[in-house]
Design a protein. Structure first.
Ligand code: HEM
Length: 394
């Protein structure tokens, strides 16, 4: 699976450089091969990304579903299974993400954002990632999965360490922390087996209650699914909140506009999710020799669907690098498309809307005190961003 390289990944990135690289690739070589990170095709156009995501027979998720490939032997559904095998795991989660369920979460999410933001506002400055966005999404997921306070604390610590090790590509710590997450998931399953709960009240009980042709799901797959659910929802929000803060620090006029008219927050969030799409490295593997956008791809080649690039494709989003609240097209790929489209998107949107609303309503402006330290593939966004949070003018 070696090809002539079309590009190499830079050693150092800043907040803007990935977008500059993707714009260049999209216009000159929209399906581009690199030998970096194990070798992969980067698909940067919106139409090509949709084609790959919608054709799971030609592009499977069973082999390599992220760039770089994270070394692990365990299979974690639903992301690691093609349809229809992934569906029972998705369904077990989706029943907790209906509009009625989310409406019930709203007051709690508001309170959690408040609890996490208030100490930072009181200090007047801090790292929006380390002091806020690394802990808030984990705290929310811990409640979503009805974890005991002790398990919630453990998962907060292990999840944050795993997240940081992944972002810094410290693979030894990553493996250790991944094992610790498996242990936490196994303990949670054992607890639900010993103390059953109604499947309609508890996501783990819901997973354990699934039957396919009358049979329960295989133990190791339930474990893998739980391990995936516990983590998949915390990584993107952590870096994306850093990107939102960075944007507001660069554009005090957008900050002021949202503070003066909070009704704009939902549409502003969609525009920020488009501009700073936090995932760029979810991948598939070609199951046969084929083409994408006219480019020949071999069977077995890894194909990264670069959501971060596709969401700035000028064919779908005119003037793609600008923040505009008047867009008519909002065909975002931030949460994927097709069989694996993110089931957690409504919960993520609820959390992120509340973060954007409180950040803009409760501060006069945000001032970046240093350039952000950036994450690497498969994510995009800040890992660290020291900020001054200016108070509202009285
Ligand atoms: C900003 C926040 C988030 C973003 C940008 C995001 C993005 C994505 C994307 C792009 C995929 C599809 C991956 C692919 O096709 O290969 C995905 C899958 C998934 N996401 Fe999210 N996600 C977010 C938050 C969440 C949350 C909060 C949860 C849990 C409540 C969650 C649970 C999942 C699960 C379980 C999958 C796998 C679905 C499947 O394979 O059927 N995500 N996410």
């Amino acid at each position: 699976m070696s090809h002539t390289p079309d590009f190499t990944l830079p050693d150092v990135e800043d907040f803007d450089s990935p977008h500059a690289l993707f714009a260049e690739l999209r216009s000159h070589c929209s399906v581009a091969w690199t030998e970096d990170l194990g070798g992969f095709w980067a698909v940067t156009r919106h139409a090509d990304a949709c084609e790959v995501l919608e054709d799971w027979r030609r592009f499977t998720t069973r082999v390599q579903n992220v760039v770089p490939p994270v070394a692990t032997t365990q299979r974690r559904p639903p992301l690691h299974l093609d349809p229809p095998d992934n569906i029972p795991y998705r369904s077990a989660l989706l029943r907790f993400l209906t509009p009625a369920r989310l409406a019930a979460w709203e007051p709690r999410v508001k309170a959690m954002v408040d609890e996490h933001l208030t100490p930072l506002l009181a200090r007047g400055e801090g790292d929006i990632c380390a002091d806020f966005s690394f802990t808030l999404p984990i705290a929310l997921l811990a409640e979503f999965f009805n974890l005991s306070p002790k398990a919630a604390e453990e998962i907060r610590t292990v999840g944050a360490e795993f997240n940081m090790a992944l972002q810094r590509q410290d693979f030894e710590t990553l493996r250790e922390r991944s094992d610790a997450l498996y242990n936490l998931a196994a303990a949670l399953i054992a607890d639900r087996q010993a103390n059953p709960r109604p499947p309609e009240d508890d996501p783990v009980a819901s997973l354990l209650a699934v039957r396919v042709k009358g049979e329960p799901l295989a133990d190791e797959l339930v474990l893998g699914a739980l391990r995936q659910f516990l983590l998949v929802g915390i990584i993107a929000p952590t870096t994306f909140i850093g990107s939102m803060a960075m944007h507001l620090s660069r554009h005090p006029e957008h900050h002021a506009e949202l503070r003066d008219d909070p009704a704009l927050v939902p549409v502003a969030l969609e525009e920020l999710l488009r501009l700073y799409t936090p995932y760029r490295g979810f991948a598939r593997t070609a199951t046969k020799d084929t083409t994408i956008g006219g480019c020949p791809v071999h069977s077995g080649d890894p194909v990264a669907v670069v959501f971060t690039a596709a969401n700035r494709d000028p064919e779908v989003f005119p003037d793609p690098a600008s923040y505009r609240l008047d867009r008519t097209a909002r065909d975002l790929l931030t949460f994927g498309r097709g069989a694996h489209m993110c089931p957690g998107a409504p919960l993520a949107r609820l959390l992120l809307r509340e973060v954007l609303a409180q950040l803009t309503a409760r501060t006069g402006r945000l001032e970046a005190l240093a350039a952000p330290e950036m994450t690497r593939w498969p994510e995009y966004g800040p890992l660290s961003l020291p900020l001054r949070l200016h108070p509202l003018e009285s």
